[in-house]
Design a protein around this ligand. Sequence first.
Ligand code: ADP
Ligand code: MG
Length: 283
Amino acid sequence: MTDLRITTPVPTVGSNVQTIDDGLHGAAGLTASNVACWFGTKKVLEGVSLDMAPGQVTALIGPSGCGKSTFLRTLNRMHELVPGATLGGEILINGVDIYRGAIPVTDVRRRIGMVFQKPNPFPAMTVAENVVSGLKLSGLKVTKSEREDLIESCLTKAGLWNEVKNRLGDPGRALSGGQQQRLCIARSLAVSPQVLLMDEPCSALDPTSTRRIEQTISEISESVTIVIVTHNMQQAQRVSDRCAFFLAAENEPGRIIEEGPTKDIFTNPRDSRTEDYVNGRFG
Ligand code: ADP
Ligand code: MG
């Protein structure tokens, strides 16, 4: 393969300028083609191609260190924030290249939101302030009544409204871990993302909170494409439509070994390494 290393965004000119004005809202498709990643001179991912269809949940599975989080960060241009990090290949949202197309990087990150392993609400902000905290950064203006509607609708979508509707003025840190994670989901939804990336969003949560988040994922997945990293094989089967199995051989970059409908990955995998992994024989 040819490794095209992108260290700065490539400007677009003239007739190459692409817009997706016709696709600004609603779940968007993401396509990764031949993605490779480096930290300095160390190549940690190679030849990763994956279609993440609009409105579907794609689970990324595989042992620690095989590059799942790194791949996830390339999908909304967070990989490039790490000093010395570079990448090759292409990532398209609804057919438009997020690195070389006309979409400004702040807009890429608004359209493609991220929820992390550890819930990270702003601790001093109230519950309500947390929900709308992304609006300013994204340059989105709302009236006071729109703001209130947005707070209610996002907390409802995130499955948290009933628990916090009388505590909107409490600090974010006053919520339980599972509630904080749903608050982070509500905060992500407030800027109308088309894709939501979730990196092990339940690994710090108890089973009840985990199931609540999984329910939330099912509820929002029609209107936002979801890509979730999980080490929990039951969770992957419960929430995802498709699965991609990543693996890195010793001292080799990570690759996708196999991807397909979740049912096939778990019941009829093509590769023996996939079968061993999903049955808990390693990793
Ligand atoms: P996973 O999420 O599958 O556990 P990661 O994407 O976190 O894997 O890591 C993939 C590889 O990249 C690992 O070898 C890891 O050590 C390396 N890596 C991750 N982040 C950095 C970083 N900021 N600097 C250098 N190497 C990193
Ligand atoms: Mg990870």
